[in-house]
Design a protein around this ligand. Structure first.
Ligand code: HEM
Length: 545
C-alpha cells in the first residue's frame, strides 16, 4: 500500500504537474478505500496526501487552481488537526469539497445516515469546514443544555455574516448577543401578556374570512401566498402595527426579500463551505447584502417613527415595549451607542418568524387533507370544547390535546429547521471520549432525531396520537429527541409566539372549513429540501362546516 503506490517525488516545477495528477489519482484511491484501512495504513495514506499537497503547491498555478491548492493545504492542516485532536469519527473527506459530494439532495437525511453509521457525534467536512453533528439526545442534553456556555455562540458562514454583520440576534456572539437577547426576551414576554395574542387572533380571523370566499365560490385555494402573509402579519402587526392585506395584488417588501434570500441560500452558497471561493461568487454576495438591506431599512423606518411617537405610559406594540425596556436597562448606554443593531435584530424576528411558521402551516394543511380521519377528530374536539359558531381562544388550548398533538406532530415529521442554527465550540470541548476543537461548527440533528425509530415508533407516519398518550416527562432524555425550536439558552426566542400563531390559525381553519384535495388524491407530502424542508405548491378545496 505504501511506497510502490507513491508517485515520483517531484523536486522541480516542471516535474510537478504530472506528479500532481498522479498524487491526485493516488489520493482518490486512498479516500475510497480509507474506511477499510487499519490505522497505520490510514496514516500512510494521509502522509502521501500531504506530499500531494506540497506537490500541488510547487506548481505554477493560476486563478482558481491557486484557490484550490490553498484550499487543499488548509484542508490538509484541518484534517491533521482533527486526527491529532481525536475528533469524533465520520466519513473520510475529499480535499476541498470535504463530504459535500456525499450529502445528496436531502442533506438532513444524509446526515442521519452518517449518524446511524458513526454514532451520536459525527465529524463531517462541509467543504473545508469541519463540523460535528450531535444526534444523540443524551449528548444534546450534556452539551447544549448542561454545558451551554461552551456552545453558546453561532458558527457564522460568509452568508450569515452578510445577513447580520454579526450584530443581529440570530448570529451575534458573546456579551453583545447576551445583552440583546435579554432585552428581547423581556420585551416579548411583556408584549405577549398585553396585546400580542389579540393581534394574532385578529389576523387569524381576517385570513379565515378571506378563505371563506373560496369556500363560498368553490374556487380552489393555493394556500402558500396567504399563509405567508398571515405569518408575516403575525410579526409585523404585533411588532410595529403594520400589516399586509390578504387580497392585495402586490407583495410586501419583506416577503419579496425573504423569497430572494431563500433562493440565494437554498442551494447553499459555495463560499460558505469553501471560503477561498469568496471572490468568485461576489455578485451573489452583493445581491444578498442588498436584499437584507431592504429589510433593515424597513425596520429602521419603523424604529424612527416609534421613537418620535413613543408614549412611555401607553406602549402600542412590541417595539414600544422594546424601546422602553432598552431605556430602563442597565445596558442602556450600550444600546444607545449602537447605530443599526436594533434594526438588524428586528429583521431576524421578521425573517426567522414568518418563514418557519408559514412552512409549518403549509405542511399541516397537507397532512390534514391527506388524513381526513385526523381532521374530523380534531374538528369534533374543537366543537365539543369551543361550541359551533364560537371563536377558539388560547384558553381552550389545554382542553384540545388532539389539536395540540397535530401541531407537535407536524413540527416533528416536517421540522422547519432540520439542523436548527449552527453553533460554534467556544473552547476545546471533551465529550463522549472525543474532542470538539475550539471554533468547530456544531449542528444539532433536529430532523435526524425526530425521524429515528429508536425515539419515535414508525417515524415516517403522521400520527398525532403518539403525543396524546405520552406522559409529560421534563427530565426524560427522549424529550431532547424532539427539539424543533432548538434547546438551551440560545433556543428560539419566538417559540411562544409561534405556538400561539399556529394554534389560533389552525383551530379557526378547522372549525370553519372542511379541507380536501381537488381530485381526491393525496397531496405530495415529500416536498423538497432547500434551506428547510419545503412543500411543493398545491391547491385545496374548502367547504363551509
Ligand atoms: C415554527 C416556528 C419556528 C421554529 C421551528 C423556529 C426554530 C428556531 C430554531 C431551531 C432556532 C435555533 C435555536 C438554537 O440554536 O438552539 C431559532 C432561533 C431563533 N428564532 Fe425561531 N423558530 C420559529 C419561529 C420563530 C418566530 C415566530 C420568531 C420571532 C418572532 C423567531 C425568532 C428566532 C430568533 C430571533 C432566533 C435566534 C435566537 C438566538 O440566537 O438567540 N422564531 N428558531
Amino acid at each position: 500500500m505504501e511506497s510502490q503506490l507513491c508517485p515520483v517525488k517531484a523536486q522541480t516545477q516542471k516535474d510537478c504537474q504530472p506528479a500532481c495528477v498522479k498524487y491526485q489519482e493516488f489520493y482518490n484511491g486512498c479516500s475510497q478505500r480509507i474506511e477499510k484501512l487499519v490505522d497505520d495504513e490510514k496514516a500512510n495514506c494521509l502522509g502521501q496526501y500531504l506530499e500531494y499537497i506540497q506537490c500541488v503547491d510547487k506548481c505554477n498555478l493560476s486563478g482558481l487552481s491557486v484557490c484550490l491548492s490553498v484550499g487543499r493545504v488548509e484542508f490538509g492542516i484541518i484534517l491533521c488537526f482533527g486526527i491529532t485532536y481525536r475528533m469524533p469519527p465520520g466519513p473520510f473527506p475529499l480535499p476541498v469539497i470535504g463530504n459535500l459530494h456525499q450529502m445528496g439532495k436531502h442533506a438532513p437525511k444524509s446526515l442521519k445516515q452518517f449518524s446511524d453509521k458513526y454514532g451520536g457525534l459525527t465529524t463531517i467536512f462541509l467543504g473545508s469546514v469541519p463540523t460535528v453533528v450531535v444526534s444523540d439526545p443524551a449528548l444534546i442534553k450534556e452539551l447544549i443544555v448542561d454545558r451551554s456556555e461552551e456552545i453558546i455562540d453561532r458558527f457564522n458562514s460568509d452568508s450569515a455574516k452578510i445577513i447580520g454583520e454579526e450584530k443581529n440576534l440570530l448570529f451575534a456572539k458573546g456579551p453583545y448577543w447576551k445583552k440583546y437577547r435579554k432585552v428581547f426576551t423581556t420585551a416579548m414576554t411583556k408584549a405577549r401578556s398585553f396585546n400580542i395574542a389579540s393581534r394574532i387572533e385578529a389576523q387569524a380571523v381576517s385570513l379565515n374570512r378571506f378563505f371563506g370566499t373560496f369556500a363560498t365560490s368553490g374556487q380552489l385555494l393555493s394556500p402558500h401566498v396567504y399563509i405567508r402573509r398571515y405569518s408575516l402579519n403575525g410579526v409585523i402587526d404585533y411588532s410595529f402595527t403594520d400589516a399586509v392585506d390578504y387580497e392585495s395584488e402586490n407583495e410586501h417588501v419583506v416577503i419579496r426579500a425573504a423569497e430572494i434570500m431563500e433562493d440565494l441560500l437554498a442551494t447553499g452558497n459555495p463560499q460558505d463551505f469553501i471560503p477561498i471561493l469568496k471572490p468568485v461568487f461576489n455578485s451573489k454576495r452583493v445581491l444578498l447584502a442588498n436584499t437584507v438591506g431592504q429589510v433593515w431599512s424597513y425596520c429602521q423606518d419603523a424604529i424612527d417613527l416609534h421613537k418620535k411617537t413613543l408614549d412611555r405610559e401607553k406602549p402600542r406594540d412590541m417595539l414600544d415595549v422594546l424601546l422602553i425596556e432598552m431605556e430602563k436597562s442597565e445596558d442602556s448606554a450600550f444600546f444607545e451607542s449602537q447605530d443599526d443593531s436594533l434594526a438588524k435584530c428586528l429583521t431576524d424576528l421578521i425573517i426567522a418568524g414568518h418563514e418557519t411558521v408559514a412552512t409549518t402551516l403549509g405542511w399541516m394543511i397537507i397532512f390534514l387533507v391527506n388524513n381526513p380521519d385526523i381532521q374530523e377528530r380534531a374538528y369534533q374536539e374543537l366543537i365539543n370544547v369551543v361550541g359551533k359558531g364560537n371563536l377558539p381562544q388560547l384558553h381552550h388550548r389545554n382542553a384540545t390535546p388532539y389539536l395540540n398533538a397535530i401541531i407537535k406532530e407536524t413540527m416533528r415529521i416536517r421540522t422547519p429547521a432540520p439542523l436548527a442554527l449552527p453553533r460554534c465550540a467556544v473552547n476545546d470541548i471533551e465529550i463522549g471520549g472525543y474532542v470538539i476543537p475550539k471554533n468547530t461548527q456544531v449542528l444539532m440533528a433536529v430532523y435526524g432525531m425526530a425521524m429515528d425509530e429508536n425515539h419515535f415508533e414508525k417515524p415516517e407516519v403522521f400520527n398525532p396520537d403518539r403525543w396524546v398518550s405520552k406522559q409529560p416527562s421534563p427530565n426524560s432524555l427522549t424529550d431532547y429527541a424532539y427539539i424543533p425550536f432548538g434547546v438551551g439558552p440560545r433556543m428560539c426566542v419566538g417559540m411562544g409566539v409561534a405556538k400561539d400563531e399556529l394554534y389560533y390559525i389552525v383551530s379557526q381553519m378547522l372549525i370553519n372549513f372542511k379541507w380536501s384535495s381537488p381530485d381526491g388524491r393525496p397531496l405530495d407530502d415529500e416536498g423538497i429540501c432547500r434551506v428547510s424542508l419545503e412543500y411543493k405548491h398545491y391547491q385545496v378545496r374548502l367547504e363551509h362546516r
